[in-house]
Design a protein around this ligand. Structure first.
Ligand code: GTP
Ligand code: MG
Length: 1586
């Protein structure tokens, strides 16, 4: 077998030489073999411009594709990907094209051809793994090299010590590349004490044994070395060797490569091959050609083993270098020349001891054992121990380059040493150099938390207490500011302002140096911590160790933390302070560092707190640095302490979170990974943010220092932030598991409340069986059961019992949600390589996560969204309050957007229905005028059913809009999913509301029309009589044949008129008694309220009601509740509430009445029905205000009384105007004129045309405009920002109040919000349209009328009629759907008409033109106030009802509800106000109270009121009494600045008006400026504009 190998090898060598020769002959001679190889691998460009680490970390298609390497150029990437995931197969580099070529028999025949077989497989196209590794190192920058070396050594691969460059013939000592390798081992000496040594390998002074080859050698040196290093149980390929996949391919660029590896003992004699650590170096290639490398090895090694087959007798090479030399020969090889060996040995002064010859008798194991013994001897006999760092000097002397020599690296090194060189005692150093983050910061965090939670408030009043906290915070910030920036911090800020490469070097150096400083102490402490943790009785000790760990750790994060504090403190400096601007660039620096891929501390591990301002400003800067709207997805890991969370993330993403045994990660770190272009589409994002968190502790540990709470906070925060949460479960320990699951379930439950849908994966570590997934199906069931159980428990605690199972809380499938990962190490550390199964399992998990992210329905956040979200999450966590949706700006934003949209749809619907109903009304009003139609009742029924169809279509459209909206991802609709139902209900109710109003309008129109039909008939008869009489008179006069002058004619006419009228059976029209009708309806309305109501109704006649202003006296109320009333919630307050309610109702009804009266129509019963409904509805909506039947009856009587009075008058007016006799009289003059015209046979054409235009058409056109202008005005107003939603409206109102800053206005706002809003909207409309004219809308309607009229004329003309009457009727018919032409005017116009039809239409067209001109002028001249008077739809009423919404007010402070849709189930206000503003005083004094309910609801303070039946109840439980209200705690201490400002300013005025004492204004309120008030307003309403 060995024979065959040798033959093959030699054959290959020959082939290689031949090939090289060919290349030299035929290829372009300028191409070197390095260039050729790099070209083969497609790496050429990276030789010039090195590959960077961040490029490799990017997530691209390759990162998740399982495709094997197809061609040579795939190989380096394939290898890199595997290496970054510490996969042992990273050096198995064969591409599919090679294997195919090899295994496909070329001839395809089944013939026997031994020759071909003996020839061997074609290996020329294969690449030696060493070449690929060398190429990769040559093409990487320092950081990637370092990472590669680290990952290789974790795999227990040898790493390059001297990297050759066959082009320049120079080699480089890879010192920097190896700097990150840290090794831990236990030498013999420490095995008793169980101690260990942990060090950076480049610092370790170890004996090095080098293995080199001289000339040809038939022994595979590398394979022998591998065997030498492996113990008997486990063989591992440390070095690439001949018999590995592709290991036999010729080496093209890697000759001269010197690799190094370390053997490190674990302290167990039975396992350890060597009991002391040794370094093993291996030179590739013949030392004859690599003299420099050989000299280097001789000078640095304790011994050099030279493998050879054949020795020249004068071996000068060996002679020239001094050092312990061992010769290793193979007696199998025919070429061993014992004479030469003898000579050389003598020359070198070697004894038998130093010569090892493998004999035929020896088997492999014996030979290896012999070698080991020699190595041990050599180590023992030599004092040469050297660290790699020390080797740099020797390298320099030999002209070997050192990778660290680049100027950037050197400069960074120097800078870092300036900082770290100073460090003696870490604790002291931190006190001196990083003073801001010590006790001051911890105190600050406590204050901040207290500001939210108010746990120690005691009996102090809330706002005073809060002011005090604010002041204390300010003092602490001042103290922070009193420190000058320390020298260390100055150095750091300077150094990270350097260009990118230098900055990266600097940070790396810092990290390594700091690590060195704290390593010894820390690693011992951590080990101790781990020990103690095993036994939970050592609580106190553990706590102490934990404290020590915290004190002794010093990492780069501490410096950034300090930077954050310097920045935050500087913000509290006055804006004019010269220091301030100098520190404003810090977030940007930090953002750059984050973008470079360094982790940033999100949660401070010591203080367990987020420096919110700092982190959010860094994120804002980050958002500026990348292009706008870059999206991110977040992946987080959670789990018990020390269960390999950081290791998992590192393996998965190739990153470097701190890893070590014992308490390691503290707080939470985030790290940014770029997504490559090719994956952006798939993942819908540009970056992935991964968050590594501090391990959750076991319950025993947790109880002591309250860290359970801390764990809960941390878990909630990161679960809330992430799209995918990996929950790391170590199977061994089920109590730990249960505990963390509990924490996680709570966190998920809360997130569901917020509407954030994150996904979770359970990772079970240390489960290695192949059948794990199957076997564990029972376990998974068990896990799910446990999860369900915990969900129920958690749901109970959080009062969300509807969540019964875990899957209710989140998307989780037991099958895809569980991942099993085998143990990390294959064997015994430190010599154990990473388990290939581990890496593969993690890779599968990674693919799954990326797939999950790609499938996520919700849209990714951009960086600024993420920032907002983080702030909200943190606020929520600090509030311990997860019913916080509206304090979460993203949710609030999403809600606002939906409200805006919904308002638009709602208005569209209303508008469309209004147009529809207007044209229906027109048709009804024209009923029976032209042609005799059927019964009007039937006609009405038709219209009503048509209405129902239209309404259904629109309702469906609304629902569809809503569904579509929730499908869209970009508006974050998923966050407000829970409001969907409410909006859907609102849509349904809206339809009902509109349907009712449409039906009422149609009914009223029909009723009125019916009344008119009768009248019209009478009028028609009258006019006919008159016409007859006039005609007779004309005939009579003509017959007289005497000249008659005007006076004669007048006289004759008068006579005739009087006679005719006398003859007419003029019956005066009866008026109905509206009062009777209204009384009947009121009685029906109250009939189901019992006999008492009836009694009360009978006591008073409606005629006497509603004359005096309504006054509620509360007699019945006082009698009934006398004994229960408490002092504070007094009768007075109750009376006030009811009085206010009744005033609101009266206001609305008054408006309803005046709208009807304005239109000068007849009375319809629907009006009073509508009024009663309005009253009932409002009372129903305000059930929290307890009213009684006495109140209800008297209020209804009052309203019905005045309504009946108004309607009576309206009715009488209507009858009067439409009285046939009166109408006749009105037209007397006109008839007389017509009479004279006819008598004189004057042509009436022009006159009649004008009459028709002015009397019939013009009023109809004006009416048309008035019908529609209201809608246009609303349309335009709704386009203003402030009318978009209730929130924006309230914001603009409050802003307006602030700019006027007038006490009375504030007072009105608080006390009569609705009425105030109504008035204000009126003013706003007038203001708006005083500058912007309504003319464009009016003109549009005018033109449309004119067009219709013109068309009607044209159509009538083409009609074959010659009859004038028919002509006019045709016109009216054509216009019947659009215009309502007065029947009176038309009747009068029609008689005594001798106009000539031939010319009439021309005159008509002309006068219509005149009318247009005329109308245009009038419209332009008329002011908006006058126009508003005539509109059918009142914009003021419509808009104010839209903006007032449900009209609910906070039960504590009277802030108005801003929820969207009219029919929401939960009310909330954006901004609450101090209770004193609505007259509330303290219990004990008569001073106005300053408490704000949005603060109170977080405290255990008490309130009492009617709802609590006078009992004291904690504010925390307010929901029990006001279940429809949601009062969320303030987002920030500044949130209520607006009202604080108002209260501080008008304290005395309010007190005077309420006849109580002014409040004691808390400190700090007075200082709030108008500007601050304004800003707080914007913030509280989450307004992004203005
Ligand atoms: N035997 C074994 N050791 C592991 C495994 N995973 C990680 N380790 C080792 O456990 C130690 C702790 O790993 P880390 O990744 O720092 O653990 P962590 O969960 O991040 O720890 P904290 O951040 O302190 O909570 C390291 O020394 C790892 O090498 C594993 O699967 N098996
Ligand atoms: Mg960790």
């Amino acid at each position: 077998m060995e024979m065959l190998n040798m033959v093959k090898e030699q054959g290959m060598l020959l082939k290689l030489c031949w090939k090289c020769a060919l290349k030299i002959l035929f290829s372009i001679s300028t191409e070197t073999s390095l260039e050729l190889l790099l070209e083969d691998l497609c790496l050429g460009q990276y030789y010039r411009e090195k590959l960077s680490l961040s490029k490799i970390l990017e997530i691209d298609e390759k990162a998740v594709s399982d495709e094997p390497a197809k061609c040579k150029s795939d190989l380096p990437w394939f290898s890199l990907k595997k290496l970054m995931m510490v996969n042992l197969t990273a050096r198995n580099l064969k591409c599919t094209s090679m294997s195919k070529q090899n295994f496909n028999d070329k001839s395809g025949s089944t013939d026997l051809d031994i020759g071909n077989l003996l020839d061997g497989l074609n290996t020329v196209d294969m690449l030696n793994p060493l070449d690929i590794i060398t190429a990769l190192f040559l093409c990487s920058d320092g950081f990637l090299q370092q990472e590669l070396a680290l990952k290789m050594s974790t795999c227990q691969f040898s790493v390059p010590l001297l990297l050759p460059n066959c082009d320049t013939n120079q080699c480089t000592l890879m010192l920097w590349a190896m700097r990150d390798i840290v090794k831990k081992y236990r030498p013999q000496s420490l095995s008793e004490s169980k101690g260990f040594i942990e060090d950076r390998i480049v610092f370790s002074e170890l004996p090095m044994i080098s293995f080199v080859r001289l000339g040809e050698c038939s022994l595979s040196k590398s394979e022998i070395l591998n065997k030498l290093l492996s113990n008997s149980q486990q063989y591992h390929d440390t070095f690439v060797h001949h018999n590995m996949e592709c290991g036999d391919s010729p080496r093209r660029i890697s000759n001269g490569l010197t690799e190094i590896t370390w053997y490190l003992p674990c302290g167990n004699k039975n396992i350890d091959v060597f009991s002391e650590p040794v370094a093993i170096a291996n030179l590739r290639g013949d030392i004859a050609s690599f003299d420099t490398q050989y000299s280097f090895l001789c000078q640095t090694s304790a011994a050099v083993f030279v493998f050879f087959d054949h020795l020249d007798s004068e071996c000068s090479l060996l002679n020239s270098h001094r050092g312990q030399i061992f010769l290793v020969g193979n007696n199998d090889s025919k070429r061993l020349n014992s004479e030469a060996l003898n000579k050389v040995a003598k020359e070198l002064g070697l004894t038998n001891n130093n010569i090892i010859i493998r004999t035929k008798k020896q088997n492999n194991a014996d030979f290896i054992q012999l070698l080991r013994e020699k190595v041990i001897d050599a180590v023992e006999n030599s004092n040469t121990k050297m660290s790699i760092e020390q080797m740099a000097d020797i390298a320099h002397k030999l002209g070997i380059l050192v990778d660290e020599d680049s100027p950037e690296c050197q400069k960074a090194k120097k800078n870092a040493e300036e900082v770290t060189g100073e460090i003696q005692d870490i604790l002291k150093y931190k006190e001196n150099q990083l003073p801001l983050q010590g006790e001051i910061w911890k105190e600050l965090t406590c204050l901040e938390t207290e500001e939210y939670r108010l746990q120690h408030i005691g009996s102090t009043n809330v706002e005073d207490y809060k002011s005090r906290l604010r002041l204390q915070k300010h003092e602490l910030r001042k103290k922070q500011n009193s420190y000058d920036m320390s020298t260390a911090m100055k150095y750091i800020t300077n150094a990270i302002s350097c260009p990118r490469t230098e900055r990266s070097y600097f940070l790396k150096w810092m990290r390594m140096n700091l690590n060195k400083v704290s390593r010894i102490k820390l690693s011992k402490l951590k080990e101790k911590y781990k020990e103690k943790c095993k036994n939970s009785e050592n609580n106190e000790e553990i706590k102490e160790i934990d404290r020590q760990i915290s004190n002794s750790s010093l990492g780069t994060e501490h410096f950034f933390r300090e930077m954050g504090q310097i920045y935050e403190a500087s913000l509290s400096l006055p804006k004019t302070d010269p220091e301030r601007p100098q520190l404003q660039h810090l977030p940007k620096l930090c953002a750059e560092v984050l973008l470079d891929g360094f982790p940033l501390e999100l949660v401070d591990g010591d203080a367990s707190h987020i420096p919110l301002r700092w982190v959010s400003d860094v994120l804002s800067q980050l958002s500026d640095l990348v292009s706008p709207n870059r999206k991110i997805r977040v992946v987080t890991v959670l789990g018990v302490q020390g269960t390999g969370k950081s290791t998992l993330l590192n393996t998965m993403f190739g990153v470097q979170f701190a890893v070590s045994s014992g308490r390691c990660t503290r707080g939470a770190f985030m790290l940014l990974i770029k997504i490559n272009e090719d994956m952006k589409k798939v993942l819908n994002c540009d970056f992935m943010l991964i968050i590594d968190t501090e391990g959750l502790k076991s319950p025993e540990l947790a109880q002591l220092d309250n860290s359970y709470e801390h764990d809960n906070e941390l878990a909630t925060l990161v679960v809330g932030l992430s799209d995918v949460t990996i929950v790391n479960v170590a199977m061994e320990n089920s109590t730990d598991m249960k505990d963390i699951l509990q924490i996680v379930v709570h966190a998920f439950l809360r997130m569901k409340e917020v509407g954030k849908k994150s996904k979770c994966l359970f990772v079970h570590q240390n489960v290695s069986d192949v059948s794990a997934h199957d076997n564990n199906s029972r376990d998974r069931k068990l896990l799910l059961e446990q999860l369900n159980e915990m969900t129920q428990a958690a749901a109970k605690m959080e009062k969300k019992e509807e969540n019964k199972s875990f899957t209710d809380v989140m998307e989780y499938s037991p099958d895809t949600g569980n991942w099993y990962i085998p143990g990390l190490w294959n064997g015994n550390p430190p010599m154990a390589p990473v388990n290939a199964g581990y890496s593969e399992a993690v890779y599968e998990l990674k693919k799954h996560i990326i797939q999950l992210l790609g499938n996520t329905e919700s849209s990714a956040y951009d960086i600024l969204d993420f920032k907002d979200w983080m702030i909200s999450m943190w606020n929520a966590v600090k509030h311990e309050n997860f019913i916080f949706s509206f304090r979460n700006s993203l949710v609030a934003d999403a809600y606002m957007r939906l409200c805006t949209e919904f308002n638009k749809w709602e208005w569209e619907f209303k508008r469309e229905m209004y147009t529809w109903v207007t044209s229906a009304e027109t048709s009804i009003s024209n009923f029976g005028k032209v042609a005799v139609e059927t019964d009007i009742r039937e006609f009405l029924t038709c219209w009503k059913s048509a209405a129902s169809t239209v309404l259904s279509t629109w309702e469906a459209k609304l629902q569809k809009n809503l569904t579509e909206y929730f499908k869209k991802t970009e508006s974050h609709a998923d966050l407000i999913e829970r409001y969907r139902e409410e909006f859907s209900n609102s849509a349904k109710s809206l339809r009902k509301e509109i349907e009712r109003s449409v039906n009422n309008q149609l009914t009223a129109a029909a009723e009125i029309r019916q009344g008119m039909v009768e009248l019209d008939k009478i009028k028609e008869n009258y006019t006919k009589e008159i016409e007859k009489a006039v005609c007779a008179l004309i005939d009579e006069c003509r017959e007289k044949n005497v000249q008659m002058d005007e006076t004669d004619l007048d006289k004759e006419f008068d006579k005739m008129w009087n006679e005719t009228v006398k003859k007419l059976s003029v019956s005066k029209q009866n008026t109905t008694n509206v009062f009777t009708s209204v009384t009947t309806f009121l009685r029906i309305n109250l009939s189901h309220r019992g006999s008492h109501a009836c009694e009360l109704l009978n006591q008073k006649s409606l005629d006497n009601c509603g004359e005096q202003p309504f006054k509620y006296t509360a007699e019945g109320y006082i009698n009934r509740f006398k004994h229960k009333l408490s002092k504070i919630f007094s009768v007075q307050d109750h009376i006030m509430a009811i009085q206010k309610l009744s005033e609101d109702i009266i206001f609305v009804c008054t408006h309803f009445v005046s709208e009807k009266v304005k239109r000068k129509l007849n009375y319809s019963d629907t009006y009073i029905e509508e009024i009663l409904r309005l009253i009932d509805e409002t009372l129903q909506n305000n059930q929290d205000i307890k009213t009684d039947i006495e109140f209800e009856v008297s209020l209804k009587q009052h309203i019905c009384g005045f309504a009946a009075r108004e309607f009576q008058k309206m009715h009488e007016d209507f009858i009067q105007t439409n009285d046939p006799y009166r109408c006749l009289e009105k037209n007397k003059e006109k008839f007389c004129d017509d009479f004279k015209d006819v008598f004189h046979k004057r042509d009436q054409c022009q006159k009649k045309a004008e009459e028709f235009t002015n009397k019939c058409l013009k009023p109809a056109v004006e009416d048309f405009i008035n019908r529609f202008l209201g809608q246009d005005i609303i349309d335009e107003m709704l386009r203003c920002k402030e009318f978009e939603t209730r929130m924006s409206f309230q914001y603009s109102v409050l802003l307006d109040l602030l700019s006027q800053d007038d006490f009375q206005n504030y007072f009105d706002y608080i006390w009569s919000f609705d009425i105030g809003v109504f008035k204000m909207i009126g003013n706003q409309i007038v203001k708006h349209f005083s500058s912007a004219s309504t003319f464009k809308y009016e003109d549009k309607h005018l033109q449309s009328c004119i067009t219709s009229i013109q068309q009607a004329i044209k159509k009538a003309k083409t009609g074959k009629t010659n009859d004038f009457k028919a002509f006019i009727e045709d016109i009216c018919k054509a216009l019947g759907k659009k215009l309502v032409i007065s029947q009176d005017a038309l009747g009068a116009f029609m008689i005594l008409n001798n106009a000539d039809l031939g010319q009439f239409d021309e005159f008509l067209t002309m006068s219509v033109q005149d009318m247009t001109k005329n109308l245009t002028e009038t419209l332009k001249k008329t002011c908006i106030e006058a126009k508003l008077q005539h509109l059918h739809m009142s914009p003021q009423l419509e808009l104010s009802s839209k903006m007032i919404g449900c009209g609910k007010q906070c039960p504590f402070c009277k802030a108005s509800c801003v929820a969207g849709g009219k029919y929401h189930t939960e009310h909330f206000a954006s901004l609450h106000q101090p209770q004193g503003l609505s007259k509330c005083t303290w219990n004990t004094t008569t001073k106005l109270a300053t408490d704000i309910c949005s603060s109170l609801v977080t405290t255990k303070k008490y309130f009492n009121c009617n709802a609590t039946k006078g009992k004291y109840q904690p504010y925390k439980n307010y929901k029990k009494f006001f279940p429809n209200w949601k009062i969320t705690p303030d987002v920030s201490p500044e949130a209520s600045d607006y009202w604080k400002y108002v209260m501080a300013k008008y304290n005395n005025e309010f007190a005077k008006l309420y006849v109580v004492q002014p409040a004691d204004i808390p400190t700090g309120w007075i200082e709030i400026t108008k500007q601050q008030a304004k800003e707080s307003l914007k913030h509280s309403f989450n307004i992004k504009w203005g």
